[in-house]
Design a protein around this ligand. Structure first.
Ligand SMILES: [Zn+2]
Length: 131
């Protein structure tokens, strides 16, 4: 896959998660664009790392948001921090930092819903059909 395509897909996933958290405002989107530009450069240097880009971009944006807006996203229902696992790997998921339960794939936070409660330790598998 071309670096531009890789970043385009990763960007779409990150923006989907931001939309799910209702933080996809213009200033946040410009922050995403900065991260995308950096990772485009990065994947051009290291094409083998392209499958890691979605997870890395999600972490880049999370770090940038932490400086300006606080931790985001957080666990639905219990407000723990969510972390990307694996940090450097394919098929990244958002994992609750406290319970280590995978909440959703990166890009699929919106499918978790915002009701909270009653959610078991299920792993989101639905989004995997598209590839
Ligand atoms: Zn949690």
């Amino acid at each position: 896959m071309e670096p531009e395509q890789t970043l385009h897909m990763a960007r779409a996933l990150v923006l989907a998660d931001l939309s799910a958290g209702d933080v996809a405002r213009a200033d946040v989107v410009s922050l995403v664009e900065d991260a995308v530009a950096h990772r485009l450069w990065w994947v051009e240097q290291w094409p083998e790392g392209s499958e890691f880009v979605a997870g890395l971009l999600a972490q880049d944006v999370q770090d940038a948001l932490l400086e300006r807006y606080g931790r985001c996203p957080v666990c639905v229902g219990d407000l723990h921090a969510l972390e990307v696992e694996p940090e450097l790997g394919a098929d990244p998921h958002w994992v609750c930092a406290k319970t280590t339960v995978a909440v959703a794939r990166v890009g699929a936070l919106g499918s978790v819903g915002s009701g909270g409660g009653g959610r078991g330790p299920t792993r989101d598998r639905e989004a995997e059909d598209e590839h």
